[in-house]
Design a protein. Structure first.
Length: 299
């Protein structure tokens, strides 16, 4: 185990080229400094200095060790300040999970806000469906999840960060006219692409509530909204989607507003109660300051 005091003494001697000047710099006498260097050389198992009556010269091993020793001392001197920054939440790592639809709207402005306010905080991102995010929050693999409700409020804390109106995605040339919102009753008889009950359960339940009482055909069942839009463009059916996906500007797809639908696709920021990560606490404080621009991409 190397002593930082001994390493600091060696660096002083190497930089000054003299035991006398190094001792004056370190405010000590020469004999104990000489003993420190000798012990350092014994600990390392290599001669670091060639000593003559007039000067002190680095050996090849000493020259290599000097560069590493200077780096070691710089790290040791910076460590307390770094620790204080981490404790205050000004630096550190925050691992953020997000759903695909969160990536189309809220995620970008949120990350920009963090980078602006906390430039020394490193963000690690992972895309996953909500159920997977909850598991990774529980295991500690994630610090924060951008996901869909519901969630276990006994284990997690969470706040709504975005409420997305629903749009109807239809293929170009569809019978429903552009230029006005459509009512749910006008959707009777349509073939709807539907969300998988497992990984996309939230949207599946949302769609069931919106279309309750309206007779419609059930088409392909998928998980990811970008796949659903690709199938809409191919004429496989129509779909209910959150408004933020209009940011994708998919070819062959039109988005229609829904006149009588009050349901919203809710996105929550979720984390384990009492977060131990100071940087996460600062990130959570920024949630309410994020502004998500409207898409302006529907009829």
């Amino acid at each position: 185990m190397l002593s930082l005091e001994h390493v600091r003494g060696f660096v002083a001697v190497a930089e000054e080229g003299s035991f006398r000047r190094a001792a004056e710099r370190l405010r000590m006498t020469q004999p104990p400094l000489s003993r420190q260097i000798q012990k350092l050389e014994r600990d390392i198992g290599a001669q670091l200095l060639d000593r003559t009556q007039r000067q002190v010269v680095l050996t090849p091993a000493g020259a290599v060790f000097l560069a590493e020793a200077q780096r070691l001392l710089a790290l040791a001197e910076a460590a307390p300040a770094t620790a204080r920054l981490v404790a205050a939440g000004h630096t550190g790592i925050v691992r953020i999970g997000f759903t695909a639809t969160a990536g189309f709207g809220f995620l970008g402005p949120f990350l920009n806000r963090i980078s602006q306010a906390l430039p020394e905080v490193r963000l690690v991102l992972g895309e996953a469906v909500s159920a997977v995010q909850f598991d990774e929050l529980s295991s500690g693999k994630l610090d924060l999840g951008l996901c869909r409700p519901p969630f276990d409020r006994a284990e997690f804390e969470g706040v709504p960060v975005h409420r997305d109106p629903l749009l109807l995605a239809v293929p170009d040339g569809h019978r429903l006219p552009a230029g006005r919102p459509v009512t749910v009753r006008e959707l009777a008889g349509e073939r709807f692409l539907v969300y998988a009950l497992g990984p996309a359960r939230y949207f599946a339940d949302l769609m069931t509530r919106v279309l309750s009482g309206v007779s419609h055909d059930v088409g392909d069942r998928v998980t990811q909204v970008h796949t659903m839009l690709a199938l809409v463009a191919a004429g496989r059916g129509v779909a209910l989607v959150p408004e933020t996906v209009a940011h994708l500007h998919p070819e062959g797809v039109r988005f229609l507003a829904l006149a009588d639908v009050r349901e919203r696709a809710e996105l929550y920021a979720v984390w384990r109660g009492r977060p131990a990560n100071p940087a996460l606490r600062r990130v959570v404080d920024l949630l309410e300051t994020v502004d998500v621009p409207a898409t302006g991409r529907h009829d």
